[in-house]
Design a protein around this ligand. Structure first.
Ligand SMILES: C[S@@+](CC[C@H](N)C(=O)[O-])C[C@H]1O[C@@H](n2cnc3c(N)ncnc32)[C@H](O)[C@@H]1O
Length: 405
């Protein structure tokens, strides 16, 4: 239950929006996770009321009525006394107390008028108090349900505005909404909201757009990324690469590597389960380990690297490049993040190397630091000319074009 209603994004567990019960159980018990686990499993009432956009028994009002009756997960009482039963109990309690108040009140009046000992004033008062109490409980329950429904509508509107939910018009002409399927866009949006809120060091949308533009222009078949964290930039690169290509992303921290594997897997599976025309992610492998060890050990005998994205520890950037250099294809693009904020710090040796060595043609593309409009940063975009250092930049205008974008 706790997992079901957990809404915060955490790097180490999958947010509830991903977490179908089956997928979570499968994760915990190390069972294989199937594609159907990704899909939202509606409860019985939801299934009955499910809107069928293709036609079928769509009845918006009925659906809404059933949804409105769904159990309120934040109300503890719901698990012991269901709402319809509560309404019957409190409603009938109020009515019976009202009847008793009227009867005992009439008796009391006739006693006062004609004498006798039929009903006492305390009995009337107790019945009246009972009537008020039950009526108050009944009203409070109704109000709580109305508040919950209003809150749910607000949540839905927010989901529509952030793009997690889509609005459509059904056959009866009613405006309905439904949650979108989890795919790479969905995960990227989530990670962006998390990054913005907590200032996570993901590359962010501006640098992300720049990186995607570079990938689209250069069409690399194999990209290697150093520093996956939770896979934000990996998903952006994979989207821009398109299907049939490969991205290898290396992460030294096992917790991030684990989180990234899940985010990337869910993002790319979502895309794979959609129609072939909508499949757009490259195959992504997240490797756990230090890139300085992984690259020299694992890349022997592999296809050469067409693009290298360096976003690990800034002071180690030059070492990453030197480790990967023997495996770079001629004309490969090397992109290094944080070339602005760390230009005179950890990135200095790297920048000196790529800007002075004849093997590279290099340029700084200025942009803002992620989630900040007031801090200048940049990405160093370099082209590897090969050992002979004779090749010219194939598209020298690209860097400028990207920088202006
Ligand atoms: C700035 S974050 C990467 C953010 C990610 N590229 C994104 O935009 O979403 C840097 C990551 O590099 C990882 N890292 C640092 N040194 C590394 C190394 N030698 N090998 C692999 N990963 C490393 C860190 O653990 C951290 O998760």
């Amino acid at each position: 239950m706790l997992l079901k209603h957990k809404h915060r994004l955490s790097p180490y567990c999958i947010p509830s929006e991903f977490g179908r019960k089956g997928a979570l159980i499968a994760t915990r018990s190390r069972l294989p996770i199937r594609r159907e686990h990704l899909k939202r499993q509606p409860c019985k009432a939801q299934r009955q009321s499910q809107e069928d956009p293709q036609g079928g028994s769509s009845d918006g009002k009925r659906r809404k009525a059933i949804e409105d009756e769904l159990r309120d997960p934040s109300n503890f009482l719901e698990y012991f006394v269901p709402r319809p039963l509560r309404l019957v109990l409190t409603g009938s309690g109020a009515v019976s107390c009202l009847i008793a108040t009227v009867i005992t009140g009439t008796q009391l009046l006739s006693d006062v008028k004609y004498g006798g000992g039929g009903a006492s004033a305390p009995t009337v008062a107790i019945n009246a108090a009972g009537c008020l109490l039950f009526a108050a409980l009944f009203t409070a329950d109704q109000r709580a349900a109305d508040t919950r429904i209003a809150r749910r509508d607000e949540v839905r509107k927010a989901q529509v505005s952030i793009g997690d939910r889509e609005v459509y018009v059904n056959k009866e002409g009613e405006r309905m909404s439904r949650l979108k399927e989890v795919n790479s866009d969905w995960i990227i949006r989530r990670l962006e909201r998390w990054g913005q809120r907590d200032g996570m060091p993901f590359i962010g949308p501006q640098k992300g757009a720049l990186l995607q533009q570079l990938v689209r222009e250069r069409q690399p078949r194999q990209v290697v990324e150093v520093g996956t964290m939770c896979g934000y930039s990996a998903l952006l690169i994979a989207q821009a690469m398109g299907p049939g290509r490969q991205l290898i992303s290396i992460e030294a921290d096992w917790k991030w590597a684990l989180a990234a594997k899940r985010f990337v897997w869910q993002g790319t599976q979502g895309d794979k389960s959609s129609k072939p025309a909508q499949q757009r992610c490259a195959h992504v492998d997240v490797w756990f380990g230090n890139a300085l060890k992984q690259i020299p050990e694992q890349f022997r005998g592999r296809p050469s690297i067409d693009m290298l994205f360096l976003d690990g520890t800034p002071s180690e950037t030059l070492q990453y490049l030197k480790a990967a250099e023997p495996f770079l294809a001629e004309g490969a693009t090397v992109v290094a993040d944080n070339a602005g904020v760390f230009a005179n710090g950890g990135m200095k040796p790297y920048l000196e190397y790529v800007r002075s060595d004849s093997k590279y043609s290099s340029e700084l593309v200025k942009c803002k630091l992620e989630w900040r409009d007031d801090v200048e940063d940049g990405m160093e975009v370099s082209q590897y000319r090969g050992v002979l250092g004779s090749r010219q930049l194939e598209r020298p205008e690209l860097v400028q074009k990207v920088g202006e974008a």
